[in-house]
Write a protein that binds this ligand. Structure first.
Ligand code: PLP
Ligand code: TYF
Length: 394
């Protein structure tokens, strides 16, 4: 049987991680995989998460199964974090999933189950796993224009023109905040125009929100998601806790389905739980439990928020430093977009050859499309990167 299997394409981001590890140069800089690193290059366990873990070690009395939807203390707290009070509790259903990826995968499966004809519109570019999961599920995928390489911003006119082709029942995938891989985001006026267009066409928005708290703040980063959930008849939301709680390997995420028609709540909830059961029965508990403990305890929540703010502000200051340094060295403002972008990533706009030169000649690792992870820098390596960028002629 196995002889019928073909080789599968490798995940380029993960392959880059390995290439970095194998590089013997001690001056190498890792701007590849989207993992937060502090100025010492460490991905820390957040203080509140560690404390929650200590408490849970004492309090946990059983490892028996949870429910198919996961721990309600987690799902309720996350619904609150993502949606605030933008929609009423009886309008949505939610299940815990293994990471944001699990939520994305199951959102697509739910779409396919409900409407096998649905086409999924994704931004050009988007997180590669969106494309790979859609392909695996055999779902028709259409890219809409998004990033404008010349300005480093969003090509909003092109995006709206392409979204003009959506048909009733199609799904439009939007990044809630901190677009991966470009770092370029819609403003709220633009988001409102997208909401109006989708309502006019009868399309269903799906939001992937994996970096809440990494852009402009927890509420600010959720503003677009809340506006969509409140403004469209039906919305799917895949949220990840990997980055903002720093619990990547615990595999913690949440899939939410919001409907203005409250009679849909029970059927949606039943289908989300059904999908969990088909795929893995019960979602992982440990990470979800820690998130629930942190969010439901005033002191831990406050400390988590404070640490997340430090992380967010640290990345913002690296952005400004890099934009300033490049302005100085290149004598032009063409890198100003770096300070406007939000989240961990920015797309630099370099060619694959230039990206390869950065790796080979300077030991600087970024993804082939010239996406760099801002958190891979610190104030000492920013000038090193800026000099290399100018040297390779970007
Ligand atoms: N969606 C986007 C856009 C991402 O960048 C990520 C990255 O980590 C995820 C979803 C899912 O992450 P995870 O499955 O680790 O929670
Ligand atoms: O885009 C990134 O770097 C993160 C982490 O298969 C990631 O989203 C990368 C590849 C992957 C899963 C997560």
């Amino acid at each position: 049987m196995f002889e019928h299997l073909k080789e599968q394409p490798k995940d380029k981001i993960l392959a880059l991680m390995q290439a970095y590890k194998d590089d013997p140069r001690d001056t190498k800089i890792d701007l590849g995989v989207g993992v937060y690193k502090n100025p010492q290059g460490v991905t820390p366990i957040m203080r509140a998460v560690k404390e929650a873990e200590r408490r849970w070690w004492d309090e946990e009395t059983t490892k028996a199964y949870t429910g198919l939807a996961g721990d309600p203390a987690f799902t309720d707290a996350m619904i609150n974090l993502v949606l605030g009070n933008s929609v009423a509790r009886d309008q949505f259903s939610a299940v815990a999933t293994p990471g944001g990826t699990g939520a994305v995968r199951q959102a697509f499966e739910l779409v396919r189950m409900a409407n096998p004809e649905a086409r999924v519109f994704v931004s050009d570019p988007t997180w590669p796993n969106h494309l790979s999961i859609l392909k695996y599920l055999g779902m028709e995928t259409i890219m809409y224009r998004y990033f404008d390489n010349a300005s480093g911003g969003v090509n909003f006119g092109g995006m709206m023109e392409d979204l003009g082709q959506v048909r009733k029942g199609d799904v439009v995938l939007l990044h809630g905040c901190c677009h991966n891989p470009t770092g370029a985001n819609l403003n709220m006026v633009e988001f409102k125009a997208v909401i109006d267009l989708m309502n006019e066409k009868g399309a269903i928005p799906m939001i992937d929100i994996a970096y809440q708290g990494f852009g402009d703040g927890l509420d600010e980063d959720a503003a677009a998601t809340r506006a969509v959930a409140a403004g469209c008849p039906e919305t799917l939301i895949a949220a990840s806790c990997s980055k903002n709680f720093g619990i990547y390997r615990e595999r913690t995420g949440l899939l939410m389905a919001v409907a203005q028609d409250k009679s849909m709540q029970a059927i949606a909830q039943g289908n989300l739980a059904y999908l969990n059961r088909q795929n893995y029965s019960f979602p992982p508990d440990h990470g979800a439990r820690l998130v629930g403990i942190v969010l439901n305890d005033d002191d831990l929540r406050a400390d988590w928020k404070a640490e997340l703010e430090e992380v967010r502000k640290g990345m913002l200051s690296l952005r400004t430093q890099l934009a300033d340094e490049l302005q100085k060295l290149s004598g032009s403002d063409r890198f100003g977009f770096l300070a406007q972008h939000r989240g961990m990533f920015s797309r630099l706009g370099a060619s694959p050859d230039q990206v390869e030169k950065l790796r080979a000649d300077h030991g600087i690792y970024m993804v082939g499309d010239s996406r760099l992870n801002i958190a891979g820098l610190n104030k000492d390596t920013v000038p090193v990167l800026a000099k290399a960028v100018v040297e390779v002629g970007i």
